[in-house]
Design a protein around this ligand. Structure first.
Ligand code: PLP
Length: 402
Protein backbone atom coordinates (compact mmCIF):
# COMPACT_ATOMS: atom_id res chain seq x y z
CA UNK A 1 0.00 0.00 0.00
CA UNK A 2 1.48 3.33 -1.08
CA UNK A 3 -0.60 6.17 0.28
CA UNK A 4 1.80 8.93 -0.78
CA UNK A 5 1.81 9.39 -4.59
CA UNK A 6 5.02 10.45 -6.37
CA UNK A 7 5.33 14.22 -6.75
CA UNK A 8 5.02 15.78 -10.16
CA UNK A 9 8.40 17.28 -11.06
CA UNK A 10 10.12 18.80 -14.08
CA UNK A 11 13.05 17.11 -15.78
CA UNK A 12 16.45 18.77 -15.51
CA UNK A 13 16.21 19.59 -19.21
CA UNK A 14 13.25 21.79 -18.34
CA UNK A 15 14.91 23.37 -15.31
CA UNK A 16 18.40 24.07 -16.63
CA UNK A 17 19.07 26.74 -19.26
CA UNK A 18 19.90 25.48 -22.76
CA UNK A 19 23.39 26.83 -22.42
CA UNK A 20 24.95 26.89 -18.94
CA UNK A 21 25.38 30.36 -17.44
CA UNK A 22 28.96 31.61 -17.32
CA UNK A 23 29.81 31.34 -13.63
CA UNK A 24 31.80 34.49 -12.85
CA UNK A 25 30.81 35.00 -9.21
CA UNK A 26 32.50 34.13 -5.91
CA UNK A 27 32.22 30.38 -6.62
CA UNK A 28 31.44 27.80 -7.81
CA UNK A 29 33.50 28.57 -10.93
CA UNK A 30 33.51 26.95 -14.40
CA UNK A 31 35.30 23.62 -14.55
CA UNK A 32 37.47 22.30 -17.39
CA UNK A 33 36.18 19.42 -19.47
CA UNK A 34 38.69 16.97 -17.99
CA UNK A 35 37.35 17.77 -14.52
CA UNK A 36 33.70 17.32 -15.47
CA UNK A 37 34.52 14.10 -17.29
CA UNK A 38 36.35 12.72 -14.24
CA UNK A 39 33.38 13.72 -12.11
CA UNK A 40 31.12 11.46 -14.19
CA UNK A 41 33.06 8.29 -13.33
CA UNK A 42 32.47 5.94 -10.41
CA UNK A 43 35.19 3.48 -9.40
CA UNK A 44 35.73 1.32 -6.34
CA UNK A 45 36.67 3.50 -3.37
CA UNK A 46 39.23 0.89 -2.26
CA UNK A 47 41.75 -1.00 -4.35
CA UNK A 48 44.71 -0.45 -6.63
CA UNK A 49 43.17 2.17 -8.94
CA UNK A 50 41.96 4.33 -6.08
CA UNK A 51 45.28 3.92 -4.23
CA UNK A 52 47.14 5.27 -7.22
CA UNK A 53 44.74 8.20 -7.58
CA UNK A 54 45.10 9.02 -3.87
CA UNK A 55 48.91 8.87 -3.99
CA UNK A 56 48.90 11.29 -6.94
CA UNK A 57 46.37 13.65 -5.30
CA UNK A 58 48.64 13.81 -2.24
CA UNK A 59 51.80 14.37 -4.32
CA UNK A 60 50.17 17.09 -6.42
CA UNK A 61 48.61 18.56 -3.28
CA UNK A 62 52.03 18.92 -1.68
CA UNK A 63 53.16 20.87 -4.74
CA UNK A 64 50.12 23.15 -4.74
CA UNK A 65 50.38 23.73 -0.96
CA UNK A 66 54.18 24.04 -1.32
CA UNK A 67 55.07 21.66 1.47
CA UNK A 68 57.16 18.53 0.92
CA UNK A 69 56.29 17.22 4.37
CA UNK A 70 52.58 18.04 4.64
CA UNK A 71 49.94 15.45 5.32
CA UNK A 72 47.32 16.01 2.63
CA UNK A 73 43.85 14.77 3.54
CA UNK A 74 40.68 14.99 1.52
CA UNK A 75 37.23 15.43 2.99
CA UNK A 76 33.77 14.77 1.58
CA UNK A 77 32.26 18.15 2.17
CA UNK A 78 32.48 21.86 1.39
CA UNK A 79 35.42 24.11 2.18
CA UNK A 80 33.72 24.63 5.53
CA UNK A 81 34.12 20.90 6.29
CA UNK A 82 37.88 21.16 5.71
CA UNK A 83 37.79 24.23 7.94
CA UNK A 84 35.92 22.35 10.67
CA UNK A 85 38.31 19.42 10.31
CA UNK A 86 41.32 21.71 10.81
CA UNK A 87 39.81 23.52 13.77
CA UNK A 88 38.25 20.53 15.53
CA UNK A 89 41.44 18.48 15.29
CA UNK A 90 43.81 21.27 16.30
CA UNK A 91 41.88 23.05 19.08
CA UNK A 92 41.73 21.39 22.48
CA UNK A 93 38.89 22.42 24.80
CA UNK A 94 39.99 25.38 26.93
CA UNK A 95 42.91 26.30 24.67
CA UNK A 96 43.24 29.95 23.77
CA UNK A 97 42.61 30.77 20.14
CA UNK A 98 43.31 34.09 18.41
CA UNK A 99 40.99 34.53 15.43
CA UNK A 100 41.93 37.31 13.05
CA UNK A 101 38.60 38.36 11.56
CA UNK A 102 38.22 40.39 8.38
CA UNK A 103 34.72 39.31 7.47
CA UNK A 104 32.25 36.51 7.06
CA UNK A 105 34.53 33.51 6.43
CA UNK A 106 37.25 34.34 8.93
CA UNK A 107 34.49 34.82 11.51
CA UNK A 108 33.27 31.32 10.69
CA UNK A 109 36.59 29.95 11.96
CA UNK A 110 36.14 31.82 15.25
CA UNK A 111 32.63 30.38 15.53
CA UNK A 112 33.86 26.84 14.91
CA UNK A 113 36.72 27.20 17.39
CA UNK A 114 34.23 28.38 20.01
CA UNK A 115 31.96 25.41 19.33
CA UNK A 116 34.74 22.89 19.96
CA UNK A 117 35.50 24.51 23.31
CA UNK A 118 38.32 26.87 22.37
CA UNK A 119 38.65 30.06 24.38
CA UNK A 120 38.47 32.41 21.44
CA UNK A 121 39.62 36.01 21.23
CA UNK A 122 38.49 37.78 18.08
CA UNK A 123 40.82 40.37 16.58
CA UNK A 124 38.47 42.49 14.46
CA UNK A 125 40.17 44.08 11.47
CA UNK A 126 38.39 47.26 10.30
CA UNK A 127 36.43 46.79 7.08
CA UNK A 128 38.47 47.18 3.86
CA UNK A 129 41.80 46.98 5.71
CA UNK A 130 44.16 44.03 5.82
CA UNK A 131 45.39 42.58 9.12
CA UNK A 132 48.58 44.49 9.98
CA UNK A 133 51.57 42.74 11.57
CA UNK A 134 51.84 45.18 14.49
CA UNK A 135 48.22 44.78 15.46
CA UNK A 136 48.41 40.99 15.40
CA UNK A 137 51.72 41.00 17.26
CA UNK A 138 50.25 43.12 20.05
CA UNK A 139 47.27 40.77 20.31
CA UNK A 140 49.54 37.70 20.40
CA UNK A 141 51.61 39.22 23.21
CA UNK A 142 48.51 39.84 25.30
CA UNK A 143 47.61 36.16 25.69
CA UNK A 144 49.05 32.66 25.74
CA UNK A 145 47.54 31.52 22.46
CA UNK A 146 47.89 27.99 21.14
CA UNK A 147 46.04 28.46 17.86
CA UNK A 148 45.85 31.32 15.36
CA UNK A 149 43.21 31.38 12.61
CA UNK A 150 43.40 33.73 9.64
CA UNK A 151 42.10 33.94 6.08
CA UNK A 152 44.40 34.69 3.14
CA UNK A 153 41.65 36.21 0.99
CA UNK A 154 38.35 37.25 2.59
CA UNK A 155 35.88 36.51 -0.19
CA UNK A 156 32.97 38.29 1.54
CA UNK A 157 34.40 41.83 1.43
CA UNK A 158 37.24 41.14 -1.04
CA UNK A 159 40.11 41.97 1.32
CA UNK A 160 43.57 40.42 0.93
CA UNK A 161 45.68 39.73 4.05
CA UNK A 162 48.94 40.66 2.39
CA UNK A 163 50.97 40.30 5.62
CA UNK A 164 50.05 36.65 6.03
CA UNK A 165 53.63 35.38 5.83
CA UNK A 166 54.92 37.71 8.56
CA UNK A 167 51.88 37.04 10.77
CA UNK A 168 52.28 33.27 10.44
CA UNK A 169 55.96 33.59 11.33
CA UNK A 170 55.18 35.61 14.49
CA UNK A 171 52.46 33.21 15.60
CA UNK A 172 54.76 30.25 14.90
CA UNK A 173 57.52 31.78 17.03
CA UNK A 174 55.06 32.18 19.90
CA UNK A 175 54.13 28.52 19.76
CA UNK A 176 50.81 28.75 17.94
CA UNK A 177 49.46 26.29 15.47
CA UNK A 178 48.68 28.50 12.46
CA UNK A 179 45.48 27.70 10.52
CA UNK A 180 45.00 29.47 7.17
CA UNK A 181 41.80 29.55 5.11
CA UNK A 182 42.94 29.54 1.47
CA UNK A 183 39.64 28.42 -0.06
CA UNK A 184 39.45 31.20 -2.65
CA UNK A 185 43.16 31.90 -3.03
CA UNK A 186 44.95 28.54 -3.32
CA UNK A 187 46.66 28.24 -6.70
CA UNK A 188 45.72 31.82 -7.63
CA UNK A 189 48.54 33.52 -5.67
CA UNK A 190 51.62 32.45 -3.66
CA UNK A 191 51.14 30.57 -0.41
CA UNK A 192 54.18 28.62 0.73
CA UNK A 193 52.97 26.45 3.55
CA UNK A 194 56.35 25.08 4.64
CA UNK A 195 58.48 28.20 4.14
CA UNK A 196 55.89 30.40 5.87
CA UNK A 197 55.48 28.06 8.86
CA UNK A 198 51.78 27.50 8.29
CA UNK A 199 50.42 24.40 10.05
CA UNK A 200 47.06 23.87 8.40
CA UNK A 201 45.84 25.08 5.01
CA UNK A 202 42.16 24.75 4.16
CA UNK A 203 40.83 24.70 0.63
CA UNK A 204 37.64 23.81 -1.21
CA UNK A 205 37.16 22.43 -4.71
CA UNK A 206 34.98 25.03 -6.37
CA UNK A 207 37.13 28.16 -6.23
CA UNK A 208 40.84 28.57 -6.96
CA UNK A 209 41.24 24.92 -7.98
CA UNK A 210 38.35 24.99 -10.51
CA UNK A 211 36.94 21.64 -9.44
CA UNK A 212 33.46 20.75 -8.22
CA UNK A 213 32.02 21.79 -4.85
CA UNK A 214 31.75 19.10 -2.20
CA UNK A 215 35.24 17.60 -2.08
CA UNK A 216 37.88 19.60 -0.22
CA UNK A 217 41.50 19.31 0.82
CA UNK A 218 43.28 19.97 4.09
CA UNK A 219 47.07 20.06 4.45
CA UNK A 220 48.68 19.61 7.87
CA UNK A 221 52.30 20.31 8.87
CA UNK A 222 54.41 17.86 10.88
CA UNK A 223 53.87 20.05 13.94
CA UNK A 224 50.09 19.95 13.42
CA UNK A 225 50.20 16.20 12.93
CA UNK A 226 52.17 15.68 16.16
CA UNK A 227 49.64 17.77 18.05
CA UNK A 228 46.82 15.63 16.67
CA UNK A 229 48.58 12.35 17.52
CA UNK A 230 49.26 13.51 21.06
CA UNK A 231 45.84 14.93 21.82
CA UNK A 232 44.21 13.78 25.06
CA UNK A 233 40.66 15.07 24.58
CA UNK A 234 37.95 12.97 22.95
CA UNK A 235 37.17 13.94 19.35
CA UNK A 236 33.46 14.67 18.93
CA UNK A 237 33.46 14.56 15.12
CA UNK A 238 33.74 11.06 13.69
CA UNK A 239 33.75 11.91 9.97
CA UNK A 240 36.19 14.78 10.47
CA UNK A 241 38.63 12.95 12.76
CA UNK A 242 42.04 13.33 11.08
CA UNK A 243 43.32 10.12 12.70
CA UNK A 244 40.48 8.15 11.10
CA UNK A 245 40.91 9.98 7.77
CA UNK A 246 44.55 8.86 7.93
CA UNK A 247 43.30 5.26 7.50
CA UNK A 248 41.99 6.07 4.07
CA UNK A 249 44.42 8.73 2.91
CA UNK A 250 47.62 7.05 4.08
CA UNK A 251 46.87 3.44 5.03
CA UNK A 252 44.78 2.20 2.10
CA UNK A 253 41.92 1.17 4.36
CA UNK A 254 38.37 2.22 5.09
CA UNK A 255 37.13 5.30 6.91
CA UNK A 256 33.93 6.20 5.05
CA UNK A 257 33.16 5.66 1.38
CA UNK A 258 35.19 8.35 -0.30
CA UNK A 259 33.38 10.61 -2.81
CA UNK A 260 35.23 8.82 -5.62
CA UNK A 261 33.94 10.94 -8.52
CA UNK A 262 34.81 14.16 -6.73
CA UNK A 263 38.26 12.83 -5.84
CA UNK A 264 38.82 11.99 -9.51
CA UNK A 265 37.68 15.51 -10.39
CA UNK A 266 40.08 17.13 -7.93
CA UNK A 267 42.84 14.85 -9.28
CA UNK A 268 42.29 16.34 -12.73
CA UNK A 269 42.04 19.88 -11.36
CA UNK A 270 45.37 19.44 -9.56
CA UNK A 271 46.96 17.87 -12.62
CA UNK A 272 45.99 20.90 -14.69
CA UNK A 273 47.59 23.14 -12.05
CA UNK A 274 50.78 21.04 -12.21
CA UNK A 275 50.78 21.18 -16.03
CA UNK A 276 50.42 24.94 -16.00
CA UNK A 277 52.88 25.27 -13.07
CA UNK A 278 52.26 27.60 -10.14
CA UNK A 279 54.36 30.58 -11.35
CA UNK A 280 52.52 30.73 -14.68
CA UNK A 281 49.16 30.22 -12.99
CA UNK A 282 49.82 33.04 -10.51
CA UNK A 283 50.84 35.34 -13.35
CA UNK A 284 47.72 34.49 -15.37
CA UNK A 285 45.52 35.30 -12.37
CA UNK A 286 47.37 38.51 -11.63
CA UNK A 287 47.31 39.82 -15.20
CA UNK A 288 43.65 38.91 -15.70
CA UNK A 289 42.46 40.36 -12.40
CA UNK A 290 44.41 43.62 -12.78
CA UNK A 291 43.24 44.06 -16.38
CA UNK A 292 39.64 43.51 -15.31
CA UNK A 293 40.00 45.97 -12.44
CA UNK A 294 41.40 48.60 -14.81
CA UNK A 295 38.58 47.94 -17.25
CA UNK A 296 35.96 48.34 -14.54
CA UNK A 297 37.45 51.64 -13.40
CA UNK A 298 37.92 52.97 -16.95
CA UNK A 299 34.24 52.29 -17.56
CA UNK A 300 33.41 54.58 -14.65
CA UNK A 301 32.69 52.17 -11.80
CA UNK A 302 34.45 52.19 -8.44
CA UNK A 303 36.24 49.26 -6.82
CA UNK A 304 35.21 48.54 -3.26
CA UNK A 305 38.57 48.09 -1.55
CA UNK A 306 41.61 50.42 -1.70
CA UNK A 307 44.47 48.90 -3.68
CA UNK A 308 46.65 48.14 -0.63
CA UNK A 309 44.10 45.70 0.80
CA UNK A 310 42.44 44.59 -2.42
CA UNK A 311 42.03 40.90 -3.18
CA UNK A 312 42.68 39.84 -6.78
CA UNK A 313 40.85 36.49 -6.55
CA UNK A 314 37.45 38.12 -6.00
CA UNK A 315 36.82 41.73 -7.05
CA UNK A 316 34.27 43.85 -5.17
CA UNK A 317 32.60 46.59 -7.22
CA UNK A 318 30.46 49.44 -5.85
CA UNK A 319 27.22 49.99 -7.69
CA UNK A 320 26.35 53.67 -8.42
CA UNK A 321 23.84 55.33 -6.11
CA UNK A 322 20.26 54.82 -7.13
CA UNK A 323 21.05 51.59 -9.02
CA UNK A 324 20.09 48.25 -7.53
CA UNK A 325 22.85 45.65 -7.44
CA UNK A 326 20.23 42.91 -7.60
CA UNK A 327 18.71 44.42 -10.75
CA UNK A 328 22.16 44.53 -12.37
CA UNK A 329 22.81 40.90 -11.56
CA UNK A 330 19.37 39.84 -12.72
CA UNK A 331 19.89 41.59 -16.07
CA UNK A 332 23.37 40.11 -16.51
CA UNK A 333 22.02 36.65 -15.86
CA UNK A 334 18.86 36.86 -17.97
CA UNK A 335 20.13 38.83 -20.95
CA UNK A 336 23.86 38.07 -21.06
CA UNK A 337 23.89 34.63 -19.41
CA UNK A 338 26.65 35.69 -17.04
CA UNK A 339 26.26 34.99 -13.35
CA UNK A 340 28.09 37.11 -10.75
CA UNK A 341 27.62 37.50 -6.97
CA UNK A 342 26.03 40.08 -4.76
CA UNK A 343 27.14 40.40 -1.18
CA UNK A 344 25.89 40.07 2.34
CA UNK A 345 24.09 43.35 2.88
CA UNK A 346 26.30 45.71 0.80
CA UNK A 347 25.18 47.39 -2.47
CA UNK A 348 28.00 45.78 -4.39
CA UNK A 349 28.63 43.01 -6.87
CA UNK A 350 31.55 40.60 -6.83
CA UNK A 351 33.33 39.07 -9.81
CA UNK A 352 35.60 36.07 -9.28
CA UNK A 353 39.06 35.61 -10.73
CA UNK A 354 39.64 32.02 -9.73
CA UNK A 355 40.81 29.21 -12.00
CA UNK A 356 38.89 29.09 -15.29
CA UNK A 357 37.35 32.50 -14.62
CA UNK A 358 40.72 34.07 -15.44
CA UNK A 359 40.54 33.59 -19.20
CA UNK A 360 40.50 36.46 -21.68
CA UNK A 361 37.26 35.46 -23.41
CA UNK A 362 35.42 35.20 -20.07
CA UNK A 363 36.68 38.64 -19.04
CA UNK A 364 35.47 40.40 -22.17
CA UNK A 365 32.05 38.79 -21.96
CA UNK A 366 31.72 39.58 -18.25
CA UNK A 367 32.88 43.18 -18.46
CA UNK A 368 30.57 43.86 -21.38
CA UNK A 369 27.64 42.23 -19.55
CA UNK A 370 28.35 44.23 -16.40
CA UNK A 371 28.67 47.58 -18.17
CA UNK A 372 25.68 47.08 -20.34
CA UNK A 373 23.53 45.93 -17.39
CA UNK A 374 24.54 48.88 -15.20
CA UNK A 375 23.59 51.19 -18.09
CA UNK A 376 20.30 49.37 -18.49
CA UNK A 377 19.65 49.95 -14.79
CA UNK A 378 20.03 53.69 -15.31
CA UNK A 379 23.64 54.79 -14.73
CA UNK A 380 25.83 56.39 -17.42
CA UNK A 381 29.07 54.54 -18.18
CA UNK A 382 31.76 54.58 -20.85
CA UNK A 383 31.60 50.94 -21.91
CA UNK A 384 34.02 51.18 -24.87
CA UNK A 385 36.66 52.81 -22.66
CA UNK A 386 36.36 49.90 -20.23
CA UNK A 387 36.72 47.27 -22.93
CA UNK A 388 39.71 49.11 -24.43
CA UNK A 389 41.43 49.23 -21.07
CA UNK A 390 40.81 45.51 -20.51
CA UNK A 391 42.34 44.80 -23.91
CA UNK A 392 45.40 46.88 -23.03
CA UNK A 393 45.79 45.14 -19.67
CA UNK A 394 45.69 41.70 -21.24
CA UNK A 395 48.11 42.48 -24.06
CA UNK A 396 51.23 41.18 -22.34
CA UNK A 397 53.12 38.88 -24.58
CA UNK A 398 54.80 36.86 -21.86
CA UNK A 399 51.53 35.62 -20.37
CA UNK A 400 48.99 33.15 -21.73
CA UNK A 401 45.56 34.33 -20.72
CA UNK A 402 43.53 32.39 -23.29
C1 PLP B 1 33.84 29.95 -0.11
C2 PLP B 1 34.72 30.14 1.05
C3 PLP B 1 34.60 29.34 2.20
C4 PLP B 1 33.52 28.33 2.37
O1 PLP B 1 33.54 27.34 1.41
P1 PLP B 1 32.25 26.39 1.28
O2 PLP B 1 32.66 25.39 0.25
O3 PLP B 1 31.12 27.25 0.89
O4 PLP B 1 32.03 25.78 2.61
C5 PLP B 1 35.48 29.56 3.23
N1 PLP B 1 36.44 30.50 3.15
C6 PLP B 1 36.59 31.28 2.07
C7 PLP B 1 37.68 32.29 2.05
C8 PLP B 1 35.74 31.12 0.98
O5 PLP B 1 35.89 31.90 -0.10
Amino acid sequence: MHSLPPPSVESLDDILPQEPLLMMGAGPVPIPHKVSYANSIVINHLGETMNKVIEQVKAMGRYVFQSASAQVLGVAGPGSAAMEMAIANLTAPGERVLSVCNGYFSRRMAEMATRVGGQVTVLEVPNFEYAGVERVEAALKAGDYKVLTIVQGETSNTVFNRDLQAIAQLAHERGCVVIVDAVCTLSTMPLEMEAWNVDAVITGGQKGLSSIPGVSLLALSEKAWRKIENRKHPMAHWCLDALLADNFWNKKSYHYTAPVSGVLAIHEALRLVCDETLPRRFERHLVCSKALQRGIEAMGLKLLVPEAARLNSVIGISIPQGVSADAVREHMSRVHRVEISGSFGLEIVRIGQMGEQSRAHNLFRTLHALGSSVQHAGAALDLPAGIAELEKGLAQESVTVA
